[in-house]
Design a protein around this ligand. Structure first.
Ligand code: FBP
Ligand code: MG
Ligand code: MG
Length: 330
């Protein structure tokens, strides 16, 4: 089985970019080890702090964030990092070429129940201008030069794209390396599976309510086929399933908190996952716009997300075209 670095070399990925990716993986191996140790490592549970988004931080959110940040900045190859768990960007080498945006641990609520979690990352180049502060990160998803995630499940898996399709690697603990296990990931165009947090349905806008209501009616409804639902409460593992066997994943806007209608973050979650899903032949949208075309205005910006099997996403988007929003504008 092939190791990661020779595969990236064969794809002519620039050497410094390979080093940045490899550094992320070194941090991921350490996170994987700590997760594997569970309570024995003393890192489960919450801290007394909240992150910039007002969410309680788990100890492992903080530990993972520190590990990734420190390791990346030590390479001298990174100009700055932006993390879901940091209020502001953290500057590195002013002469370096790369920017890394990351969600150190996605699906945090799963940590204490020994469920799947992951690390999501997006790598950009420093733009010609404005090349200062957090504005450097305000680039569309189309500007990403690499993106991926490490899923810490029964095995630790890396899904990675550098714009030449998507490959998956599995961590071989005996040699401490990620080995190629799926060469070209392809998301099937059609599906009978969807992933959404149904408990929010009364807070959704009409287009998504109608779409999901029709899926649930199965053979008796307008879709005339039976759909199954899956929800792991970790985007990384819900999207991993979509990459492996198709499906539609969505976290739509809702009116639980009018000031914060969307949950998932554009830079740390939506853009990197969209890059992977599109590179595997799937489709990604907010319901109204392609996610990777969005111009970010803030590093912690949140968006509504619909992604997965292209024909199914298309159907969902038709509901958005035909049915007006009734509760709030997105
Ligand atoms: O608890 P909910 O509302 O179902 O939300 C689950 C969603 O929240 C997230 O856990 C947010 O990510 P974080 O754990 O990084 O904050 C997503 O991974 C997941 O899709
Ligand atoms: Mg997350
Ligand atoms: Mg997180």
């Amino acid at each position: 089985m092939q190791r990661l670095i020779p595969v990236l070399n064969k794809d002519h990925v620039p050497l410094h970019l390979i080093s940045v990716i490899n550094t992320l993986l070194t941090a991921a191996k350490e996170i994987s080890h700590r997760l594997h140790q569970g309570s024995l490592a003393g890192t489960l549970g919450s801290t007394l702090d909240e992150n910039i988004q007002g969410e309680t931080q788990k100890k492992l959110d903080v530990v993972s964030n520190q590990l990734i940040k420190n390791m990346l900045l030590e390479t001298n190859l990174v100009r700055a990092v932006a993390s879901e768990e940091e209020d502001d960007i953290v500057e590195g080498n002013p002469d370096a070429k790369y920017l890394v945006a990351y969600d150190p641990l996605d699906g945090s609520s799963n940590i204490d129940i020994n469920g799947s979690v992951g690390t999501i990352f997006s790598i950009l180049e420093v733009p010609d201008h404005p090349a200062e502060g957090k504005d450097m990160f305000l680039q569309t998803g189309d500007e990403q030069v690499a993106a991926g995630y490490i899923l810490y499940g029964p095995s630790a898996m890396l899904a990675l794209t550098t714009g030449q399709g998507v490959r998956m690697y599995t961590l071989d603990h005996t040699v401490g390396e990620f080995l190629l296990t799926v060469d070209q990931v392809k998301v099937p165009k059609d599906t009978r599976e969807f992933a959404i947090n149904m408990s929010n349905s009364r807070f959704w806008n009409k287009p998504i309510q109608s779409y999901i209501a029709d899926l649930i009616q199965g053979e008796e409804g307008p879709r005339k086929k039976r759909f199954n639902m899956r929800w792991n409460a970790a985007m990384v593992s819900d999207v991993h399933r979509v990459l492996c066997r198709g499906g539609l994943f969505t976290y739509p806007a809702d009116c639980r908190n009018k000031k914060k209608p969307c949950k998932l973050r554009l830079l740390y979650e939506a853009n990197p996952m969209s890059y992977l899903v599109e590179q595997a032949g799937g489709r990604c949208s907010t319901g109204y716009e392609r996610i990777m075309s969005l111009q970010p205005t803030d590093i912690h910006e949140r968006v509504s997300v619909i992604m997965g099997s292209s024909n199914e996403v298309e159907v969902c988007l038709d509901y958005h075209k035909k049915i007006p929003c009734d509760r709030f504008d997105v």
